[in-house]
Design a protein around this ligand. Structure first.
Ligand code: F6R
Length: 610
């Protein structure tokens, strides 16, 4: 959601903070701000509504400089997007940035008001600033004041605090919202995502739940929730320094769509042998665990949930029972847990609040035999808290609309299905060899599909003046229709709904007229004839069809039907391949409509609040 950057150095940190914010802007972009303390203990604070470039412009006019600083890009939860609600929030000498939600902020606000504190914003964060200020009066150090503060907070926080009177350090705390410490030479940093710090370091230490830390130029000291000094592993990031750049592409989303062949090749790299999926790539004891697994529970949100919906079909085709559920529903009901079930979270970020809460529930209270995270961010909370982790290796995904993260999730899930299928003897050796051979072909097939960009751009012109649309599919293509509809609505703001095509006549058919484009994902498979009947139902009512299909399906363009013909692929790979033209369609429609493709309104990447 929001993004945090902090730095302590012998030089001016404002440029480090601004560059970091730009790299985190995809996480929240309704306002941004920073606070910097110079050696004389003068604190400069600047906040602006809107994007980071507004803050940068303001800095150009009114520079603030100093060796210790914190910065934040916001996605509003408590209090409208405005300058007064932008972070940092200050309480006299104390300045604070915060990600997450303080659930007991109203109660704390009242207590602090009784103590004479005056609130300048509508945010929950401001209570942290005043509480630290209050606790600082009776603490020997700023760290102690923060420790006394966090025990009073209910909710989620990743927070960084600086004090004008102690300009040589910052203190940080993490619970429910990630923070990573970056190690430089004679300077140290903190951020909510390592991406922010890649221009200055590649060495990182992730904080664990309940940790607090004190960071100066010369040292980093981390304490766990019991106050014991701890040292977590310092990792070398393998993220590309250029990961945050658009290159020659107009938008991150387009770049990420076109990166899919390479991203998928990376997902497969080293995990396929001649004719097998290497089961050990899921963990050293994966073979033993997978042999015992009798059912699968997939949990995810949004696009990642759609990936889970596809995988359910794959698992059950192999005779392995599989449930898939939206995390925000799962965590609040008494779900039935089948014996010997494997709990699998699917998440690009590894930080989505509801998915993470479901994982914790699965571990602490439900009888799952093991937990596995399919994730794109090494070191993320889900990866660290799951028994096993399988990285999707899509590379940094900056566009808010998930593209390469989704297709690499599908590839990862397909490998999981194969690995479990083989361990349980539900898949023959020769069928495994066929799937492995198809997976190897996949990057090339996606490259072919990307060649259709121009034809899809032409199609997109028909959508630009529409307000509603339907997406239809059957079997594994129904979740792909869901994904297509989600992409279109989130970046073009055209209302888009997906239906399993057989459901059409149970209600949605009433919506069909010439103003309702109907997108159909129709590869040649055993459900094609049924789907063709559904298409006829639309055409007979004056609806306009936009069909993605292959040569074997023999669908011909004509009155009321436009067809994009893709390369022929197996049923298994079709969901992955047919995702790509739908991504391109959404992108092109959004481009014509002039929306903010990479940072659509009201949304943010990585939803770390409930
Ligand atoms: C849509 C999109 C979201 C995410 C969802 C879950 O394009 O990106 O629907 O898929 O917020 O996020 P992760 O996968 O990070 O758990």
């Amino acid at each position: 959601m929001c993004g945090i950057v902090g730095a302590v150095a012998q030089r001016d940190v404002a440029p480090i903070l601004v560059e970091g914010l730009k790299r985190l802007e995809y996480r929240g972009y309704d306002s941004a701000g920073l606070a910097v303390i110079d050696r004389q203990g003068v604190m400069g604070c600047l906040r602006r509504i809107g994007k980071v470039r507004e803050l940068e412009d303001a800095l150009g006019e009114k520079p603030v400089q100093g060796g210790t600083g914190i910065a934040h890009t916001r996605w509003a939860t408590h209090g409208e997007p405005s300058e007064r609600n932008a972070h940092p929030h200050t309480s006299d000498d104390i300045s604070v940035v915060h990600n997450g939600i303080i659930e007991n902020h109203e109660e704390l606000r009242e207590q602090l008001q009784d103590l004479g504190y005056i609130f300048a914003s509508d945010t929950d964060t401001e209570v942290i600033a005043h509480l630290v200020h209050h606790e600082r009066k009776t603490s020997t150090t700023l760290l102690e004041a923060l420790q006394k503060t966090v025990v009073q907070l209910t909710g989620a926080y990743g927070t960084v605090v600086i004090d004008r009177r102690e300009p040589d350090h910052m203190v940080v705390a993490r619970s429910g919202s990630p923070l990573v410490i970056g190690y430089g030479i004679g300077e140290h940093y903190v951020a909510s995502d390592q991406l922010a710090l890649l221009p200055v370091t590649r060495r990182f230490q992730y904080l664990e739940e309940g940790d607090v830390a004190e960071i100066t130029c010369g040292k980093v000291e981390v304490y766990d929730r019991n106050g014991a000094l701890v040292q977590h592993e310092i990792i070398d990031s393998d993220l590309d320094h250029e990961a945050g750049d658009k290159g020659s592409y107009r938008h991150y989303m387009l770049k990420e769509i076109f990166e899919q062949p390479e991203a998928i090749a990376n997902t497969l790299e080293g995990r396929l042998t001649e004719a097998h999926v290497a089961v050990e790539s899921f963990g050293h004891n994966a073979r033993e665990i997978f042999s015992k697994v009798e059912a699968i529970q997939l949990i995810a949100c949004g696009t990642s949930y759609n990936a889970g919906m596809v995988a359910r079909n794959w698992f059950e085709d192999m005779g392995i029972p599989c449930r898939v559920e939206i995390a925000s529903e799962f965590r609040y009901r008494k779900a039935f847990v089948a014996e010997n079930s494997l709990f699998v979270t699917i998440s690009q970020s590894g930080e989505t609040a509801d998915t993470l809460a479901s994982l914790r529930l699965a571990k602490d209270e439900q009888g799952f035999i093991h937990t596995l995270s399919i994730c794109n961010v090494p070191g993320s909370s889900m990866v660290r808290e799951s028994d096993m982790a399988f990285m999707t290796r899509a590379g940094a995904e900056i566009g808010v609309a998930s593209t390469k993260a989704f297709t690499t999730q599908l590839v990862s899930l397909l490998m999981l299905v194969v690995a479990i299928g083989r361990c349980k003897n539900r898949l023959s050796e020769s069928d495994e060899a066929t799937i492995v051979a198809e997976l190897r072909e996949l990057p090339g097939v996606i490259r072919d599909v990307l060649q259709q960009k121009e034809a899809i751009t032409e199609l997109s012109e028909d959508f630009a003046d529409k307000h509603h649309s339907l997406f239809l599919g059957r079997g594994t293509m129904y979740p792909i229709a869901m994904e297509g509809a989600l992409k279109l609505k989130e970046i073009s703001y055209i209302h888009a709904e997906a239906y399993a095509a057989g459901e059409l006549k149970h209600g949605p058919l009433a919506l069909i007229d010439s103003d309702m484009p109907v997108v159909v994902v129709a590869p040649n498979n055993e459900l094609l004839e049924k789907l063709k009947s559904n298409m006829e139902e639309v055409r007979a009512r004056g609806g306009q069809l936009y069909v993605f299909s292959d040569p074997r399906a023999m669908l011909v363009a004509g009155e009321g039907i436009k067809v994009i013909t893709l390369t022929e692929v197996s049923d298994l790979l079709a969901p992955i391949v047919y995702t790509v033209p739908l991504q391109l369609l959404s992108y092109d429609v959004a481009l014509i409509k002039g929306t903010d493709v990479d940072q659509p309104r009201n949304l943010a990447k990585s939803v770390t609040v409930e």
